[in-house]
Design a protein around this ligand. Structure first.
Ligand code: MLT
Length: 404
């Protein structure tokens, strides 16, 4: 008789955004006349840009011709894309990264869920609290987190690093030394970030203590302030302690076409063992590459026109962020984020729990957001709104919220 991976049974409830989708669907069914504005999941609303669409059309035509047809992609991704990433995302920012340290994938979510496979089961992970749930859940699935306590809403073997308004959303070094540290800046869900010198302190800490940092930089395109690093490799010493995960979803709207990449530097070694070689082995075994046409589409964002379009798209969403942030402030809310990230993180009014506020907002303003507690216990009494909606809907949502 086969046995299942019992770790799955330990996971409480369903994935956060699936729970929200079910709740919203039930509300809509009961209230078909209500026009719901969805500012919950961070999914983009603007269409793919012209350069991207042109590249897609062109590469689709190539696939129709025997002379230019492509089958399986190279394990690490096509050279044309890895070279463009290396040049634009790293070399131009003074980061010492080479194309053979870049692994193209079908998105940051898969990579951030899969990367834990490189590490032994008894490694201890540290996460910011609140946190993007994938880091925690994927480690639970691999048996790395101990047991879940319903009261504290914490896993016994995870080190939680609270990031709240009390510490300015900057994680403090934990009392117990972790093996693996997940950091996401600009941060999902809080929409806040840390300075480059604060990130440097984490790199120094990791090198000193033999930790690896898994750095999720999916929102780097939204950085508007100068003293914030776009890549962890801007910090000295990051090559020996950090893996970086990036996405094409948030900067170029690829949520529906799927493209991302992970950087594993050759200097990242556990004893003599290269993590870069381990990830290459894993990639070769378990992944057959992102589709050619999507990699061509990804390459297109690095052209001059593509970069301009990325700036326009990011600017559009950041204008939404400003609209939401200032609207909430006018309505008397305590608001964070939205300056270097497309998420606005607000304190719930009247000490409501995050889920109480979720229901209140859905029922009274027909606006969907994400309850902060869904991202971890320190997210309780906070609430996230995304700037990835349309401007019209962002404005309309704020009008409704102001009337509450
Ligand atoms: C979110 O809403 O947190 C994001 O859309 C999740 C994701 O990018 O997977």
């Amino acid at each position: 008789m086969y046995k299942i991976n019992a770790n799955y049974q330990k996971l409480p409830g369903s994935y956060l955004f699936s729970t929200i989708a079910k709740k919203v669907a039930a509300f809509q069914e009961a209230n078909p006349e209500k026009e719901i504005i969805r500012l919950g999941i961070g999914d983009v609303t603007k269409p793919l840009s012209k350069s991207v669409i042109d590249a897609l059309h062109k590469s689709v035509d190539e696939m129709a011709d025997a002379a230019t047809f492509r089958g399986y992609a190279p394990d690490l991704g096509y050279d044309f894309l890895r070279n463009a990433i290396c040049e634009n995302d790293y070399k131009k920012r003074g980061c010492d990264i080479s194309p053979d340290e870049i692994f193209v994938s079908d998105g940051a979510k898969s990579d951030s869920g899969n990367i834990q496979e490189l590490f032994a089961e008894d490694n201890k992970i540290a996460v910011c609290d609140p946190v993007y749930p994938v880091y925690v859940d994927s480690n639970v699935m691999s048996g790395r987190c101990g047991t879940y306590d319903m009261n504290s809403e914490k896993w016994s073997d995870i080190i939680y690093m609270p990031t709240t308004s009390e510490n300015g959303f900057v994680p403090e070094f934990p009392k117990e030394t972790p093996d693996i540290i997940y950091l996401c800046f600009p941060n999902n869900p809080t929409g806040t970030t840390i300075t480059k010198s604060q990130l440097q302190e984490w790199v120094d800490y990791a090198n000193k203590n033999g930790c690896v940092i898994i750095y999720d930089a999916a929102y780097e395109a939204y950085i508007s302030e100068d003293d914030v690093a776009h890549s962890i490799y801007e910090c000295e010493g990051a090559r020996t302690c950090a893996i970086e995960i990036r996405s094409f979803s948030k900067n170029a709207g690829f949520t529906g076409v799927r493209l991302g990449f992970t950087v594993v530097p050759k200097d990242l070694k556990c004893g003599d063992v290269s993590l870069r070689d381990m990830w290459a082995r894993r990639h070769g075994t378990k992944f057959n590459g992102a589709p050619y046409i999507i990699q061509r589409a990804g390459e297109a964002i690095y052209s001059e026109a593509g970069q301009r379009e990325v700036r326009e798209m990011v600017g559009y969403y950041m204008n939404n962020a400003k609209t939401i942030r200032s609207g909430l402030e006018e309505a008397g809310y305590e608001v964070y984020g939205g300056v270097n990230a497309p998420y606005i993180w607000l304190k719930t009014p009247n000490n409501m729990t995050s889920w109480e506020f979720f229901d209140y907002l859905l029922e009274n303003a027909n606006v969907v957001g994400t309850p902060g507690s869904g991202f971890g216990p320190s997210g309780e009494h906070y609430f996230r709104l995304t700037a990835f909606g349309t401007l019209e809907n962002s404005e309309k949502a704020l009008e409704r919220i102001k009337k509450l």
